[in-house]
Structures are given as structure tokens and as C-alpha cells.
Design a binder for this molecule. Structure first.
Ligand SMILES: Cc1cc2nc3c(=O)[nH]c(=O)nc-3n(C[C@H](O)[C@H](O)[C@H](O)COP(=O)(O)OP(=O)(O)OC[C@H]3O[C@@H](n4cnc5c(N)ncnc54)[C@H](O)[C@@H]3O)c2cc1C
Length: 384
């Protein structure tokens, strides 16, 4: 067992840090920190992602992707500012979902602009009455003449307001095995849908949206795969997504650790640096342990995927642990800062708001607990 990064991985991580510092942060800093980035700024960020092969890390090189190992992608992903990391995750895993089980004609039609970062995409599954159990989707797709017609509402869709293309997870009616879920690619310029911004606690430069389909007519050839395959395709990507979301939490936890260490060495109380007080050292040691354990679990889950192992339970464990531990880490770092911890000036309140967003997408903590439990025990409590 080797816990050190290879030379190539260290170079990859360093160059990701430089890319963030030199190219992405200036775009974020030039815009309102509390508002979704304008589309033009999003496209600037996506041009950088595309150049670095991050718009399709999971696609093989022969299909225009970068064919990265998931662990290597995770090392880069951990360096990204989380609002952009979660946007990228939505985009690139939608690309992976379009790529899965689609025809050559569909790949040629949808993928080039998405891979080049000229268009932004998203996946819409969640609805007002359908969250953790995606099999309950009600957005209805019916065939009419030469088109598919979609009616329904999607909620909490990452990238929605900025999107040009969306995979809508729809219901094609009831079959012998229940709801027939169908994946349909909706191109906004051909089949307009309404997208409304949802104002939320954190990740505010990202786009979290409600989508409305009102008799939205989509060409028939935009239906992907086979009716009924949507749950399988969603699950394929979720196992990879979960440790990545965990690494977005690690990014925030690491920032809070760096800030706590720095502050403890300059803030004096009772005649000495607070960093020399034993209880402050305990808090900082706890933060460091939370961040390190989270990072290692997420790396382990991604490495398991790379090695072709079963990752359902491990990926769920990694995300649940990392989002919980890093939320605790950020909160502890705020304690180390006293009143400064809650000020906007110190920046920790933004880390706190951002990290609180992460336990929800790609499986809530409760659902992830039950996925890990099912893997360990072999009995399903999710639908019990
Ligand atoms: C930042 C962010 C980004 C998102 N991006 C997207 C996106 O791009 N596309 C998309 O389709 N959706 C997206 N979502 C939506 C997300 O997938 C859902 O919010 C999530 O699946 C939970 O659904 P819900 O909010 O309706 O909660 P519910 O499913 O209603 O759950 C409510 C509570 O009940 C618990 N619960 C549910 N079932 C069980 C069970 N069997 N046992 C025990 N407890 C249970 C949950 O854990 C939760 O605590 C995003 C959400 C957020 C916050």
C-alpha cells in the first residue's frame, strides 16, 4: 500500500492549483459573490475546463474525452472552488450520461459543443414531489406525431439557468415493473424550457434552478437509450460523483484548517498566542483529522472505481463522512476565530454556507447511510 502521490499526480495537482489561482479565481472575484455568475463568465470558466480535459474526464480518448482515472480527476477536482466544481460535475456527468447507450448520431449531434465548453448542460431528475426516490418522477413525456412532448417541473437543478442542454428524466407511463423512466435530451434553442433561479444558502456563484416544461416539443431522436434504463444510468455516475462531492467538502475543510492555523499564530489573548493554548491545539488537531480522514476515504473510493471494484457502499460512505466531517471542521475553525469567525471579512462564513450545501446532492446522508448499510448487511432498508 502506497499513500504518496506519484510524480505525475503531484504535477497534475500543482497545475490544477495554478489554473485555479491564475484563471478561475480572477473570474469569480470579478463578479458578485452572492449571485450566479453571468453566462459569459461561466463560458470563460468552461473554456478553461475544456482546455484541461475536464469537460469529459470519464469519456475515453477515442470519443473525445480525456479518459482520466477517477482518482486523478479527484485530485484536480479537490482544487476547484466548490461552486464551479459542482457546476462542472453536473456538466461532465451529464456528458457521461449522454454518452452512455446513445447512438453515434446522438453523440455527434450533442457532444462536440459540450466537450468544447461552448455549451453548458445539466441533468434534471428531482421534482417538487420527487427527491431521494427518483423512480417517482412525474414529468410526463408522450409521443405526439413526430415529436416527444414534455410537461412537468424540475427542482434544484445545478446549472439549470445557465444551461443550453438538459437531460430530462421523465415518466413515459406505467409498465409491468412500475414507472417507465425515460431520458430525453432537450436543447434549449430548439425546445425552449423556462429556468428560474433558486436563491440558496451557499455555492451562490453557481446556478441552482427550477425548470418548467410546458408542452415542450422535442425531436423524437433526442430520446436516449431504452425506456426504463434511466435508474441504471443515473446509478452508474452517482458512484463516481459521491467521492467527488466529498472532495469539494475537503477543499472547504482544508481552507478552514489553513485559516485556523494562521489565526492561532497571530491572535493573542491572556498574554500569549491562542495557538499555544492546549484547547485551541485540540480544535486544530480535530479539524486536521477530519480533513485528512475525509480526503483518504474519498481517494480510496475513487481508486476502488479505477480498479473495477464494487464501490456503492464505499462511495456512499466517503461522501457522507466527508461532508459531515468537513462541516464540523469548518465550524470548529470558526470557533478558533472567535467573533471573527462569523464575519464576512474572514471568509469562513462562506465556507460554512458552502459546505452545508454538499450533504444533499447525489444522495442525502440518510440515503447514503442506507446504501452503505445495504452493502454491509445485504438487506435493503431504503424501501423498507
Ligand atoms: C446543491 C444541490 C444541487 C443539486 N443538483 C441537482 C441536479 O443537478 N439535478 C437533480 O435532479 N437534482 C439536484 N439536486 C436535488 C437533490 O438530488 C435532492 O435534493 C435530493 O435527492 C434529496 O431530495 P429532496 O430534497 O426532495 O429530499 P427528500 O427526498 O424529500 O428527503 C427529505 C428527508 O428525508 C430523508 N429520507 C428520504 N428517504 C429516506 C429513507 N428511505 N430513509 C431515511 N430517510 C430518508 C432524506 O435524507 C431527507 O433528510 C440538488 C440539490 C442540491 C442541494
Amino acid at each position: 500500500m502506497d499513500f504518496s502521490l506519484t510524480e505525475e499526480q503531484t504535477i497534475l495537482q500543482d497545475s490544477a492549483r495554478r489554473m485555479v489561482e491564475q484563471e478561475i479565481m480572477p473570474i469569480l472575484k470579478a463578479n458578485d459573490p452572492d449571485r450566479p455568475l453571468p453566462k459569459s463568465a461561466m463560458l470563460q470558466v468552461y473554456a478553461v475546463f475544456a482546455r484541461e480535459g475536464l469537460t469529459a474526464p470519464r469519456l475515453p480518448q477515442e470519443d473525445g474525452g480525456s479518459g482520466m482515472k477517477m482518482l486523478d480527476y479527484g485530485l484536480v477536482f479537490e482544487q476547484l472552488p466548490p461552486a464551479m466544481a459542482i457546476s462542472l460535475l453536473s456538466h461532465e456527468c451529464t456528458i457521461a450520461r449522454i454518452h452512455a447507450d446513445s447512438s453515434e448520431a446522438q453523440k455527434a449531434k450533442f457532444l462536440p459543443d459540450l466537450l468544447a465548453g461552448r455549451k453548458i448542460c445539466c441533468t434534471g431528475t428531482t421534482e417538487p414531489d420527487t427527491g431521494s426516490d427518483p423512480r417517482g418522477v412525474r414529468a410526463r413525456v408522450v409521443e405526439k406525431d413526430d415529436a416527444l412532448v414534455i410537461n412537468g417541473r424540475k427542482m434544484w437543478i445545478t446549472n439549470g439557468t445557465a444551461s443550453d442542454i438538459m437531460i430530462a428524466t421523465c415518466s413515459a407511463g406505467e409498465g409491468p415493473k412500475g414507472n417507465i423512466m425515460r431520458r430525453v435530451v432537450v436543447e434549449r434553442d430548439v425546445s425552449p424550457y423556462e429556468a428560474l433561479e433558486i436563491s440558496s444558502l451557499g455555492l451562490r456563484q453557481g446556478h441552482l434552478s427550477e425548470i418548467l416544461f410546458n408542452d415542450c416539443r422535442v425531436p423524437k431522436e433526442n430520446a436516449l437509450g431504452q425506456g426504463g434504463d434511466a435508474a441504471r444510468i443515473l446509478t452508474l455516475t452517482w458512484n463516481g460523483n459521491r467521492p467527488l462531492v466529498g472532495l469539494a467538502a475537503v477543499h472547504l475543510g482544508q481552507k478552514s484548517l489553513d485559516a485556523a492555523i494562521e489565526y492561532s499564530k497571530v491572535r493573542k489573548q491572556f498574554g500569549g498566542y491562542i495557538g499555544a493554548k492546549q484547547l485551541i491545539q485540540e480544535r486544530i488537531a480535530d479539524i486536521a483529522a477530519d480533513v485528512m480522514a475525509s480526503r483518504l476515504l474519498c481517494y480510496h473510493a475513487l481508486d476502488t472505481i479505477d480498479k473495477g471494484g464494487r464501490a456503492n457502499g464505499t462511495s456512499a460512505m466517503a461522501k457522507r463522512f466527508a461532508t459531515t466531517a468537513c462541516e464540523r471542521a469548518v465550524s470548529l475553525a470558526m470557533h478558533v476565530h472567535g467573533a471573527m469567525g462569523i464575519s464576512r471579512e474572514a471568509g469562513l462564513e462562506q465556507l460554512y454556507r458552502d459546505v452545508r450545501m454538499l450533504p444533499i446532492p447525489d444522495g442525502t446522508n440518510e440515503v447514503l447511510t442506507l446504501i452503505t448499510g445495504r452493502d454491509l448487511i445485504g438487506l435493503d432498508a431504503i424501501r423498507a
